[in-house]
Design a protein around this ligand. Structure first.
Ligand SMILES: [Zn+2]
Length: 363
């Protein structure tokens, strides 16, 4: 089952909806009907959700198009029930650029809000006393629709600027710190503040709104993950692939059988294998899960199970880019080449080991 539904492309960026988004629609319909809503009120609410999510797309485009100006591409913008995610190829390391990319999203919301402020006019609502205003708000009119949209955009602006790294406000905070101190330290501070705010969210969530518990969890894990990533990248900087690769790897021949592979698997610690022909050229990769899946068919040759399309990496490439390449693979194991000659392989375990060893040397 595909997780996302494609909506189209804007400026080479895929816009997609995650399937869980449809739960949100179903939930809204149920809630509305439970409250004794009518067809009109249900449609009003669904239309509002779609309008809000258009604003979310514009917010994410704000980030993506600003990043594009700094030469950073965006693969996709994904809409989830809790908001949007723009998958940037990377986060700009220059703090001024990060600041602009991070602030661009919330700025879009404030521009929409200002536009709606003059369109509605807001005084129509603020002039009334509370009773009148509530009465007025219960109509399903275009004016009310726009007012709700105005409120949502102001709320999105405010909420996103809470300095809970890795939310937008937290990124702005890190960028401001990074103008003064080094980026690794800045990330650490921003991540700590982010995790502290996440704990506050969690407490508020437990007391008032379970939705906040969910947000708290995402912030907490996000702050942890990004902090770890930045620390790792710093430790990998100025090192090359040959320092962290597996040098003594066992290669297989296309005619080797599963039986041979199982023997090798049990007698050592290697789990993925490069398959090489008589001339020394790589034919494919036999991954651990494919070995396990076919372990009963002992006589099947390796060439029938190996994966024929794979990445390779040069032994003198820098480790940060190798790390990015490895972590973007579903099965993190890549052969390392010296021009056209197989030199070894690199996998995530080994890279993490390298990072741990470097960390011990740094502190
Ligand atoms: Zn944002």
């Amino acid at each position: 089952m595909k997780a996302n539904l494609n909506l189209g492309n804007i400026s080479n960026i895929k816009i997609q909806i995650h399937w869980t988004f449809f739960f949100l629609i179903v939930w809204i319909v149920f809630e509305e009907l439970n409250r004794g809503g009518t067809t009109a009120s249900v449609l009003f609410n669904i239309a509002l959700v779609f309008a809000v999510f258009c604003c979310v797309v514009l917010h994410e485009l704000g980030h993506a198009l600003t990043a594009k100006r700094f030469g950073i591409g965006t693969k996709s913008i994904t809409l989830l029930p809790i908001g949007g995610i723009a998958s940037l190829d990377k986060i700009p390391e220059d703090p001024k650029q990060e600041l602009l990319v991070a602030i661009a999203g919330p700025l879009v919301n404030i521009i929409i809000a200002i536009f709606l402020y003059f369109l509605i006019p807001i005084q129509d609502f603020t002039n009334k006393n509370l009773g009148e205003a509530l009465e007025y708000l219960s109509n399903f009119s275009l004016k009310n629709f726009l007012l709700y949209l105005f409120i949502v955009n102001v709320a999105m602006f405010v909420f996103n600027l809470i300095p809970a790294f890795p939310m937008d406000g937290g990124r702005v905070f890190r960028a401001l710190l990074a103008l003064k101190i080094n980026r690794v330290k800045a990330t650490q501070i921003a991540a700590n503040v982010g995790q502290f705010i996440a704990v506050l969210f969690l407490l508020f969530g437990l007391l008032f709104n379970p939705f906040l518990i969910f947000i708290a969890l995402i912030i907490f894990l996000g702050a942890y993950g990004e902090n770890k990533y930045v620390q790792s990248m710093m430790l990998l900087k100025n090192h090359t692939v040959n320092e962290a690769m597996l040098k003594n790897i066992t290669t297989l021949h296309p005619e080797n059988t599963v039986s041979d592979v199982v023997d090798i698997l049990l007698s050592g610690s290697e789990t993925n294998f490069v398959v090489v022909n008589k001339n020394g050229a790589i034919e494919g990769i036999l991954y651990h899960d494919d070995i396990i899946k076919n372990s009963k068919n002992r006589s099947v040759p390796v060439k029938e199970l190996m994966t024929k399309s794979f990445k390779t990496i040069q032994f003198n490439s820098d480790l940060p880019s190798a790390y990015r390449a490895i972590t973007s693979e579903k099965r993190p194991f890549i052969p390392v080449m010296n021009n056209n000659k197989l030199e070894g392989a690199i996998d995530l375990n080994n890279l993490n080991e390298f990072i741990m060893l470097r960390a011990k040397m740094e502190y």
